[in-house]
Design a protein. Structure first.
Lengths: 257, 341, 279
């Protein structure tokens, strides 16, 4: 029974992690086209990734979008989660459903709907469309994760702070916020990663000159069969690995996934 | 004990989720007094306390503190302290920072802040624990921090919500006397909410017994303990045998018996503690259903023509066995005459 | 203290307005449009859509892939979760890390690894040719098998994580108690462990099934235009033919299926639990 389990887990690990080993090796290829095993190892395609102008531009868009959309989602989501958890909000359950609705709608539909009924009619710039779509998508994550942190925090410590002379806002910033800080940081990391990796929402919202990195990768691989996308994929995987390890060490990210 | 109306609640009405939790409550508290609000859960005592603190808005009535109407004053401007049942310590702050929190909000100058915070910590016996976080303290120590945090800002009134209920029996006794000592030393006015009559009797200058949002009886501990005004208070104070009285007959759950003694006018019920029932002699008879040895005393459950009666006698006296028929008396001297059953 | 409705409202309003105007309104308009034909409100667009054999095939393929991927993820995931719970806490932590890591890595990067493995000159074909299993490279990429493999790898962690927490939340003594009463291991599994972890199965199953139905990257990269699923079909209809009608119909289908799955499976879990009390 035990050895059977060990074999199964070894196979599962191979299936889940093996492809990442493959992509790292493929990205280090010295050959002209994508092949496995590669004819030799070199860093030429890794270097190429940094030279491709469209990758650099798309990376900038994705970073800006990831940070901006996550910050705005938190600025909107934290007070909403706080109010829904602590205050009597008129129609509270309905409001909670509204705020967490974007999580159940497939991203591609969000992108298409925003394009057709918001961006085109109002003539909004591409970047704003991406920003709206990503922020809407991230608000539910922010609300859920912050709600979970608030649930674990006693309400009466705020009352204690107020009776000692703090204002409502003072009690929030001095007492509540420090105690849900790790939840907010976790929400930021997960939100950023979600936005940075997001494809379906961005599909219809990317436009000429303003493309996110994953979309740019998809369109690059349509016309090129060189190992640079593999090299870039390997870089992104290693970057994610670093983020996950650091975040897990700092605040036990796995509790929030 | 000047200023008999240091705090007064006038026709205070509190609604909670659509239903009235406290109905037109009137209460006056003297400066420096320790008042216990006593009652079972749901009687409105905690709600009343929260309204005094400003954590809840009254549906009607006034709260006046030291001559000033504070009914509409926000909680953070009332200068009323509250020790929570859960202690509600700030988990991310050390003992010192917890205690200094209120002083910092009042922008107390650094030297004085340090002196006052350390004095408050010392007064609850926690010197040396300043750097600890709440999680690293025992329940009793957390309780002391909560107390120090509340008194360091010198509130005009200190409210305590079942503050000892999460402590074990030995600690509870210790904290009880310490609370009393602190209250005397600081001369602070306190309202102490509890459902434990022994705690209220031991601590309070005056006890307010509450029931279903109203005051059932108010008075000194001796008065409440010896002369309960109603069946509710009597049962709460240990008068477990309560019988209606009408036309010279006592009425219990099983039936009625004649009762010859002359009772004060207006008495409509009589109640006895188990210790107040005299076993071994008397006009009445009961059959022993069960006996519990309690150490100093033995408690018997008797089946009588009034219904079940609980009686307690010193263990050194004659002992009875299950099934024995025992004569007993219901002496007027040990009875509490009640105006309402 | 927290009774002031106005404060609560003021705090949720910005987020609620943002989502309502920037999300619900456009999505609602998109969905409504699918029911508004020149002849008035009707289901005409849906009947036209489903009359096309290609669309039927894509719809059925999406369902088929969703069901098979979910079944495989749950069965293998359950076995894996059981094996993981048998390990010590340190090893368990490492496995949870192995499960979570892929979730954080760009799906494009994850899926591209399968292009490298399954492609004409990829790892698998090199092995097949070397071992002499075939004379020419197999065509695996751009088949349903490739999409299936990609989806299983993508969603496997989503199946295992809820199962793992369900198994860990089993009341500590039920299994030893049943064993002491003489139940065989299989009996313990069927009558005790499985019913008590039903919620984990429902949560994991919902995540995997809905995820598979609404997948885009995996079918786009591993299936291409030959193995379309609903989302890739939607993108193709819009980008190739500017066919917003079909896109709207597919949107309605996707949303209805997502919500229906969530509701149905949750009902199922709740109903079984209530029924269990009488049994």
């Amino acid at each position: 029974m035990r050895s059977l389990g060990s074999v199964l887990l070894a196979l599962v690990m191979l299936f889940l992690l093996g492809p990442f080993v493959v992509i790292v090796i493929a990205g280090l290829s010295s050959g002209e086209t994508l092949a496995f095993p590669p004819p030799g190892l070199s860093l030429r395609w890794v270097a190429k990734v940094f030279e491709v102008e469209s990758f650099r531009a798309a990376f900038g868009v994705s970073m800006l979008l990831g940070v901006g959309a996550t910050l705005v989602a938190l600025v909107l989501g934290v007070p909403a989660a706080y109010a829904l958890d602590r205050y009597k909000v008129p129609g509270g359950e309905a409001v909670r459903s509204i705020v967490t609705a974007p999580i159940i709608v497939p991203g591609i539909i969000v992108g298409l709907a925003l394009l057709r009924f918001l961006l085109v009619p109002l003539g909004l710039p591409v970047m704003l469309g991406l920003f709206l779509g990503h922020t809407a998508l991230l608000i539910p994550y922010a609300v859920r994760i912050v709600s979970a942190s608030l649930n674990n925090l006693r309400v009466d410590i705020e009352e204690a702070a107020i009776l000692l002379g703090a204002s409502r806002a003072g009690a929030f910033f001095r007492i509540v916020l420090p105690n849900i800080r790790s939840g907010i940081v976790a929400a930021f990391i997960l939100g950023f990663v979600t936005s940075f990796n997001q494809v379906p929402v961005s599909l219809f919202l990317s436009g000429p000159g303003v493309t996110t990195l994953p979309i740019e990768m998809l369109s690059y691989m349509e016309f090129n069969y060189d190992p640079s996308v593999a090299a870039l994929s390997a870089l992104l995987a290693l970057l994610s690995l670093a983020v996950v390890v650091v975040a897990e060490r700092l605040l036990g990210l796995s509790r929030y996934v | 004990m000047s200023d008999p109306r240091f705090l007064s609640l006038e026709a205070l009405t509190l609604a909670y989720g659509g239903s009235v939790a406290v109905d037109k409550l009137d209460l006056a508290v003297r400066r420096g007094e320790l008042i216990a609000l006593l009652g079972p859960s749901g009687c409105g005592k905690t709600t009343t306390m929260r309204a005094i603190a400003g954590l809840m808005e009254p549906a009607g009535g006034r709260i006046v503190l030291d001559g000033r109407d504070i009914t509409r004053v926000p909680a953070n401007k009332r200068e009323i302290g509250l020790v929570f049942q859960s202690y509600a310590l700030f988990p991310h702050m050390s003992v010192y920072d917890n205690v200094a929190f209120g002083l910092r909000l009042r922008r107390v100058e650094a030297g004085e802040l340090d002196r006052r915070a350390r004095a408050a910590i010392a007064s609850v016996g926690l010197t040396g624990f300043e750097a600890r976080v709440p999680k690293a303290l025992s329940g009793g120590q957390q309780q002391r921090v909560a107390l120090a945090r509340s008194i360091v800002v010198e509130p005009r009134l200190l409210l305590l919500d079942e503050p000892l209920s999460n402590l074990d029996a030995r600690l509870r006794l210790e904290m009880r006397s310490e609370l009393r000592r602190l209250q005397r030393e600081l001369g602070i006015t306190m309202i102490y909410v509890t459902h434990d009559q022994a705690e209220a009797l031991a601590l309070a200058d005056r006890i307010v017994v509450m029931r279903a949002g109203r005051i059932e009886q108010m008075g000194a501990p001796e008065e409440i303990y010896e002369r309960p005004a109603s069946g509710f208070v009597a049962r709460f104070m240990g008068f477990e045998n309560t019988f209606g009285l009408e036309g010279g007959r006592l009425t219990g759950s099983a039936g009625a018996v004649a009762y010859a003694s002359a009772v004060p006018a207006g008495t409509r019920a009589l109640a006895w503690r188990p210790q107040g029932i005299a076993l071994g002699q008397g006009a009445y008879q009961g059959r022993v259903l069960g006996a519990s040895y309690l150490g100093q005393t033995v408690e018997y459950l008797l089946d009588t023509s009034l219904g079940p009666i609980k009686a307690e006698t010193p263990a050194a006296q004659t002992r009875y066995a299950n099934g024995d028929t025992v004569p007993f008396d219901l002496p007027l001297a040990t009875a509490a005459p009640l105006a309402q059953p | 203290m927290f009774e002031k409705r106005s404060i609560g409202l003021a705090l949720v309003l910005p987020a609620a307005l943002f989502v309502a105007l920037g999300f619900l309104l456009p999505v609602g308009l998109l969905l409504a449009e699918s029911f508004r034909t020149p002849a008035g409100w009707s289901l005409a667009y849906f009947t036209t859509f489903f009359a096309d054999p290609l669309n039927q095939a894509v719809f059925l393929r999406t369902l088929r892939l969703g069901l098979t991927v979910t079944a495989v993820c749950l069965v293998v995931g359950y076995a894996a979760a059981l094996a993981i719970t048998g390990l010590g806490p340190a090893a368990r932590g490492r496995f949870v890390g192995v499960l979570i890591l892929p979730l954080m890595i760009s799906p494009v990067a994850r899926t591209y690894a399968w292009v490298v493995i399954l492609g004409r000159t990829g790892l698998l074909n090199v092995l097949v040719l070397k071992l002499g299993l075939s004379d020419e490279p197999l065509r695996i990429l751009f088949t349903e098998t490739a999409v299936f493999l990609g989806l299983v790898q993508l969603f496997f962690p989503l199946a295992v994580l809820p199962l793992l927490s369900a198994l860990e939340n089993l009341p500590a003594d039920v299994v030893p108690a049943a064993r002491v009463l003489g139940a065989s291991w299989l009996r313990v599994f069927w009558q005790i462990i499985l019913p008590l972890t039903r919620e984990g199965l429902v949560v994991g199953g919902t995540l995997v099934f809905v995820g598979s139905l609404t997948a885009y990257i995996t079918p786009a990269m591993l299936g291409g235009s030959k193995v379309l699923m609903l989302e890739t079909l939607l993108y193709q209809r819009v980008s190739v033919a500017n066919d917003f009608v079909s896109a709207g119909v597919i949107s309605v289908i996707l949303i209805v299926m997502s919500i229906a799955t969530n509701v149905l499976l949750r009902r199922l879990a709740a109903g079984r639990r209530a029924g269990g009390a009488h049994a």
